[in-house]
Design a protein around this ligand. Structure first.
Ligand SMILES: [Zn+2]
Length: 336
């Protein structure tokens, strides 16, 4: 395969604190000779694990970007055993536009494992997959529902087949100390960052911290405290691991039926709230038809009993858009 066109301006093998850039070739109508710079910070101190922390894979999810910026700015080598590499925002052009996708229309989270000869998102994905993931023991990828969805704030993981990798991922998920933790599948396609990291055997910790187009102070605090506690849990950050006083609610949304899709285009009305427990067959939302006030709205029914964990945040809805996710409550033994 061709060499990566992406370069990194800092030496990731060196001790101490460094801030630099990943540089991607860019040529635009505004600048024929240009680079897209993606800031990267490394804080390293001797032998120990490496954690790679990534925010802003999606531009309309500021929770992780803010937490990662605060971590990158405040962290000093004396607090670290091993190495913490932080990319506060992997999609800076999308973040500036406050959009999920890149201005090119690319979804960086559908670009993995990437290609050195593909479009820029694939070049970045390829560099992360081949140059940064191999350095890491733990990869933290912080997401939220963005503008389109409101999620219960949760830490999350995919089901991975390797029992030891899965055990460590469950422990990492629990270390965020969210009230809810969710095992999920991705119904939006392949090419996820976390999927490639998992394929490489990495311990992957991810989140969906709220969303709906705004961030509360409580969510910022949860992003910061959870991220720090995960890094402590894996031994890369100094300080005592904080344990919850009560166990979190464990959720599993690994069946297609958990993800309810709009049967028609229209205006979405939710009939349920986040965290609400619903029965199989219970109405959870309705699609209204602006052009047909005489028409009864189309009712969307739960396909399983469980907890409402995602509600669509944009009322205007196209056929096939996810409007509600209902996860099944599980206990810890089902994750083993
Ligand atoms: Zn996201």
């Amino acid at each position: 395969m061709a060499d990566s066109p992406v370069s990194c301006t800092i030496d990731l093998t060196a001790d101490g604190k460094q801030a630099g850039m990943l540089r991607l070739p860019r040529s635009s109508n505004q600048s024929g000779w240009s680079n897209l710079w993606i800031p990267i910070v490394s804080v390293a101190n001797g032998d120990g694990p490496t954690a790679l922390v990534i925010g802003g894979v999606h531009g309309d999810e500021p929770e992780g970007q803010v937490a990662a910026l605060n971590l990158a700015r405040e962290l000093v080598p004396e607090q670290v055993t091993g190495r913490v590499i932080v990319i506060p925002c992997a999609s800076p052009e999308a973040s500036r536009a406050y959009t999920r996708l890149w201005p090119s229309g690319a979804n960086l989270n559908r670009s993995f494992p990437g290609s050195p000869t593909g479009p820029r998102d694939e070049q970045l994905a390829h560099f992360l997959s081949t140059e940064l993931f191999p350095l890491a023991d733990v990869i933290v990828d912080i997401h939220s529902g963005g503008r389109t969805a409101l999620c219960l704030p949760w830490s999350e993981m995919h089901w991975v087949e390797d029992a030891e990798q899965r055990r460590q991922m469950v422990d990492g998920m629990l270390a965020w100390n969210t009230d809810w933790c969710c095992v999920y599948i991705d119904i939006g396609g392949t090419g996820l960052l976390v999927g490639e990291a998992e394929r490489q055997g990495k311990i992957v910790v991810s989140t969906e911290l709220g969303g709906g187009g705004h961030v509360t102070a409580a969510i910022h605090r949860l992003a910061a405290s959870g991220l720090a506690n995960v890094l402590r849990h894996f031994g890369v950050l100094e300080g005592d691991v904080v344990a919850r006083e009560t166990p979190p609610t464990l959720l599993m949304a690994t069946e297609l039926d958990n993800y309810l899709l709009a049967p028609e285009s229209g205006l979405f009305e939710t009939l349920v709230d986040l965290g609400q427990r619903v029965e199989d067959g219970q109405p959870v939302g309705r699609i209204h038809f602006l052009e047909r006030p005489d028409r009864e709205p189309e009712t969307i029914l739960a396909r399983n009993a469980g907890v409402v964990c995602v509600i669509r945040a944009i009322a205007t809805t196209d056929q096939g858009d996810n409007v509600v996710v209902i996860a099944r409550e599980v206990d810890r033994s089902e994750l083993e």
